[in-house]
Design a protein around this ligand. Structure first.
Ligand SMILES: C[S@@+](CC[C@H](N)C(=O)[O-])C[C@H]1O[C@@H](n2cnc3c(N)ncnc32)[C@H](O)[C@@H]1O
Length: 268
């Protein structure tokens, strides 16, 4: 594949992702975009429920299915390695764009916070959630996660890609899944909770909990072995206050113990 074409493809996929991410903030918070979670297409509640569940399910299947090692091995025969991640990013963005476009509103009000300072506090909390997601991607490796590092290396004729290193610094010292924590904060922190928004928050929360525990962490254990198991023991999954003082943490007085504090356990 032409190196310039790969670079261009990666840049387009990244731009589409960035716009989709910005749109997602507006969609969920109901601000600044033409169609939001509560202001868009309408239908009878039963039809709306079915369509919204299908849209969420489609995203979950695409996003988790395409991230599995078995799927990656299979489509390596069709998609050149340098653009594999960009293609995944593009497919995830398309699934989200479809959801934003076809989402049916369910306007029944579940809760409404009228007090202005409380409303602003909830908006601020949501903004913190989104910021956690965005900044968290830089802690892991933003350009690797979104495929730019791979196409750039290919364009510069660098050798085959090394796997991105295991990260236990910054947010990852406090919880194992800061990006997912950021999404959960952003999805639930709203002063105007409608049935549609509640459906979105409940389904995405269930998806995040299951996918992280039974798919992503299983792959991380397969990849990093005991390093990841000890990280699991020392660092809570999503709730920062659930510090454990067992194993490495207890001996050092550091809640993270050897998972974060001792590089001899980290793969190189
Ligand atoms: C979208 S990121 C989400 C990471 C994490 N679940 C979170 O919520 O912060 C998914 C990618 O991050 C990788 N990943 C998860 N935890 C990691 C860690 N501690 N260090 C390096 N990569 C990690 C996974 O292998 C996966 O490719």
């Amino acid at each position: 594949m032409s190196r310039l074409l790969a670079l261009l493809y990666g840049a387009v996929a990244y731009a589409v992702f960035l716009l989709t991410f910005l749109y997602a903030i507006g969609f969920v918070s109901g601000l600044g975009v033409p169609r939001t979670i509560d202001d868009g297409l309408t239908d009878t509640p039963a039809v709306a429920l079915v369509i919204d569940l299908l849209l969420l399910g489609l995203f979950a299947v695409q996003h988790s299915g395409m991230a599995r090692p078995a799927f990656k091995r299979w489509w390596a025969g069709y998609v050149p390695a340098p653009i594999e991640r960009s293609t995944y990013v593009l497919a995830s963005s398309v699934a989200l764009i479809l959801l934003f476009w076809q989402w049916r509103t369910l306007p029944l009000v579940i809760w409404q916070v009228d007090n202005p300072p409380a409303r602003w506090a909830l908006y601020a909390l949501a903004a913190i959630g989104w910021l956690l997601v965005l900044t968290g991607t830089f802690v892991i490796n933003h350009f690797d996660l979104f495929g730019l590092r791979q196409v750039w290396s290919y364009a510069r004729r660098r050798g085959p890609e090394r796997d991105a290193p295991f990260v236990t610094r910054a947010y990852y010292r406090i919880v194992r899944h800061p990006l997912m924590l950021g999404f959960l904060i952003a999805f639930w922190s709203t002063p105007d909770m409608t049935a549609g928004h509640l459906l979105f928050a409940l389904m995405t929360t269930g998806y995040i909990l299951l996918a992280v525990r039974f798919l992503e962490e299983r792959d991380l254990i397969a990849q990093y072995g005991d390093t990841y198991r000890s990280y699991q023991r020392d660092v809570p999954m999503l709730l920062p206050w659930r510090f454990t003082r067992g194993q490495g943490g207890a001996s050092t007085g550091c809640p993270l113990g050897h998972a974060a504090g001792n590089s001899e356990h980290l793969p190189h």
